[in-house]
Ligand binder design. Sequence first.
Ligand SMILES: Nc1ncnc2c1ncn2[C@@H]1O[C@H](COP(=O)(O)OP(=O)(O)OP(=O)(O)O)[C@@H](O)[C@H]1O
Ligand SMILES: Nc1ncnc2c1ncn2[C@@H]1O[C@H](COP(=O)(O)OP(=O)(O)OP(=O)(O)O)[C@@H](O)[C@H]1O
Ligand SMILES: [Mg+2]
Ligand SMILES: [Mg+2]
Lengths: 268, 268
Amino acid sequence: PAHIIVMGNEKGGAGKSTVAIHLAVALMRMNRRVGVIDLDVRQSTLGRYLDNRRRWSERRGLDLPIPEQVVVQASTARSLDEAEAEEVEAWKAALRDLKARCDFIVVDAPGADTHFSRLAHSSADTIITPVNDSFVDFDLLADVDPDTFEVGRPSVYSALVWECRKQKAVKEKKSIDWVVMRNRISMLDARNKRRVGKGLKKLSERVGFRLAPGFGERVIYRELFPLGLTLLDLTQDGSAKQFTLSHVAARQELRDLLIVLKLPGLEG
Amino acid sequence: PAHIIVMGNEKGGAGKSTVAIHLAVALMRMNRRVGVIDLDVRQSTLGRYLDNRRRWSERRGLDLPIPEQVVVQASTARSLDEAEAEEVEAWKAALRDLKARCDFIVVDAPGADTHFSRLAHSSADTIITPVNDSFVDFDLLADVDPDTFEVGRPSVYSALVWECRKQKAVKEKKSIDWVVMRNRISMLDARNKRRVGKGLKKLSERVGFRLAPGFGERVIYRELFPLGLTLLDLTQDGSAKQFTLSHVAARQELRDLLIVLKLPGLEG
Ligand SMILES: Nc1ncnc2c1ncn2[C@@H]1O[C@H](COP(=O)(O)OP(=O)(O)OP(=O)(O)O)[C@@H](O)[C@H]1O
Ligand SMILES: Nc1ncnc2c1ncn2[C@@H]1O[C@H](COP(=O)(O)OP(=O)(O)OP(=O)(O)O)[C@@H](O)[C@H]1O
Ligand SMILES: [Mg+2]
Ligand SMILES: [Mg+2]
């Protein structure tokens, strides 16, 4: 049965779409069938990434591995009860469609608390939450004391995941593996990095997520968007005549993330 | 009459709240009366930043300059017509409240297309749009060609600003000064930076915004969030025994932004 991975973080710009595309391509290059649902219906970063990928693949005659995508529309109903009923149907149809033909379904949730986002969180097998190395992002997970940097009360996004986990337990009698990873980690910045790291470690025990190795701030994670490529595609695309140290480090970061995710069927 | 500055970008994590707090504190330290409306009603980054500021100011007996804040609630009505009518009233009341006692009103819009966000964009005198140095962020402004990096069709957020500008022109017979600035600019990364820069320059003429100097990626812009402080407060707070090169550069970036904004009453 398809394993559903939801890229979730109500905080904007944490890296959900970036990790989503790199995960999807990595899994395809490990010969898994991958489906994608972009729930950021207006912004469509992931959808546009795939449009760019299709365009580049055609332009260069490359035959790149491209995940299956099902597009869901937001409801335009003016009554929320009606809109949510419509969206539940659209969501279930998208899942049924992809479950039939994929090993993994990567769902890119928006950086906002939307009905679609909650549906996704409540259906997830794995939730991956990227976080900037910043207490501004941390603030949506929990409060911190400004003197001791001790972790305080869980905050809105922790509460959202908790509620969705309960719904999943009730509906499917299954648990959710919640994995948090830092993203856009700066190469400098020792004190803030240490404080955020300690906060995440403390909070992981309290709120119930695992910590995964994160991604550094690297232009290679973002500069290929107009081409729809990821660093994993560069040998096939043939354009990169040599890999920089940053490329090699990025490949390792992606590999290390996959190892810690322990996704089903991927051992070895 | 109060000058309304809206921090707008539908793209998440571009730096709206970060620029909002630094602008608010800078204006207060130039002896202007500043009011703040945080329209990211669930996340409340700016509201929490100010809560942290009040807490630190009390704990340390500091009497920091703190902007006036009016809190608006999102409507919980299940009918969108009813919810939007409620939010229009809440918005007007918040503006009336602050207009009476402020020179500047800084509105922090959410990283999503919400009704409150559109109300704010249509009432703005100045819209400031921070953007990551990235075509992922650029994509919400316009499409680019992957071979030439030529700017193509305007995208969802450009369309939103255009619609709101029309509404402002119709309702108030006034124009909006739309200013775009890069944020989290990397010290390395030459090629991508050059391409994004050229794209922004081209687009500014086509879509009608001015370009302002941006902010570098600097930990000083984010590490003080739990204290509610900005780099401008460090001499008063007394905690920074010496300023790093990055602090000095950040101060200059903030000054350069204010110069280009040409806000009323601030010449000299
Ligand atoms: N590891 C990284 N290194 C460099 N740039 C990155 C990295 N991760 C993300 N970015 C850039 O940071 C910005 C935010 O990333 P992204 O759009 O993936 O976040 P998101 O969580 O999907 O945002 P939203 O909430 O708007 O959906 C983008 O400009 C992206 O290109
Ligand atoms: N110039 C900068 N240097 C370093 N870090 C920054 C800078 N600007 C923003 N950040 C960090 O980047 C992240 C996103 O910034 P911020 O929350 O201000 O963006 P936003 O546009 O308000 O996001 P949202 O759409 O979620 O409201 C935060 O973790 C913030 O601390
Ligand atoms: Mg996204
Ligand atoms: Mg914000």
